[in-house]
Design a protein around this ligand. Sequence first.
Ligand code: NAP
Length: 320
Amino acid sequence: ESEREKELLEMFVSVVGLKGVGVAGQKNGLNSAVLMNGSGSKTRVVVTGAAGKTGRLILQKLMTNDSYAVTGVVRSQDSAMKLVKELNLQQDAIVAADILDKQALNSVLSKGIDTLVIATSAVPKIDYFSLVKVFVSKIFGKTARPSFTFKENQMPREVDYIGQKQQIEVAKEQGCKHVVQLGSMGGTDPNNFLNTIGNGNILLWKRKAEQFLMDSGVLYTIVHAGGLQDSPGGEREVLLNVDDRILSENKNRAISRADVAEVCVQAVMNPDVYGNRVFDVASRPKGEGKPTTDYVKLIVDLKENCNYNLDVDKTIAQLE
Ligand code: NAP
């Protein structure tokens, strides 16, 4: 029970983005292998959501690899300047485009794209009044959950469906050959707690965007992450599975953002084995099993892809 509470707290902290909690002094696990593409020219990779907590790790890892010309996309010019400063990057490594603005997307992706990594997501905001209820309930030995909202026009329908769909459409128009899409576990269950956050049905809208990608004709890798933690990467055994079996069968559904970033980077580097794959990812607790080093074997050993039998449109219509 205390493990579950810890996990919920970690998820809560990561969802509301509380600054300074559990991140101080941790390293990012920047250990991507170098893989030359043989042609002498660099593969052009665009990472959206590059200012996000996982997006920036993907960006940093890819930037350590000379085979790639990497551009990060963030929402605004202010975020771009902030990220350039924080990560000590070249100014032109980061560009601004709201993913809901198709023209802006077109403009930034028209500079050339071979691979797109989507790490954008609707971000819920905590309703601070609900925290009072949580604390009062705690005093009386009861439990209550905090509530969340999304900003206007930044609901999962907009950001996770329309925004992702537009990214895929524009990338495809610009000649992109492979899209790596970062999402979340839990999508097989319409009643998953995450769908209730801010009445957003976030997992369902993400799933609809995933279906769009799979039908797009572009090579795809869809990564359903478990509960994200800001712990160091490269220290745990990474587990892949399908159809939320990790949620129902495995006690540990958490994974460090650095390990998720590594899986995304490995997908970029190895489209031959990561192409047209859709899977869930978590990790064993530290000290259990062996830290994963062979990410090609990891995906080759997974013999199934997630199924998409759930009728998302019907389910959303029933819930909304
Ligand atoms: P995050 O820090 O919340 O980053 C999301 C990024 O998307 C933010 O940088 C945000 O920009 C950007 N974004 C949102 N709307 C945008 C727009 N209209 N235009 C441009 N950029 C926009 O993400 P994370 O916590 O690393 O999560 C990465 C992924 O893993 C997400 O898909 C998430 O749902 C999934 N996941 C999370 C958990 C968890 O425990 N939190 C568990 C499993 C899976 P701003 O910074 O400007 O807002």
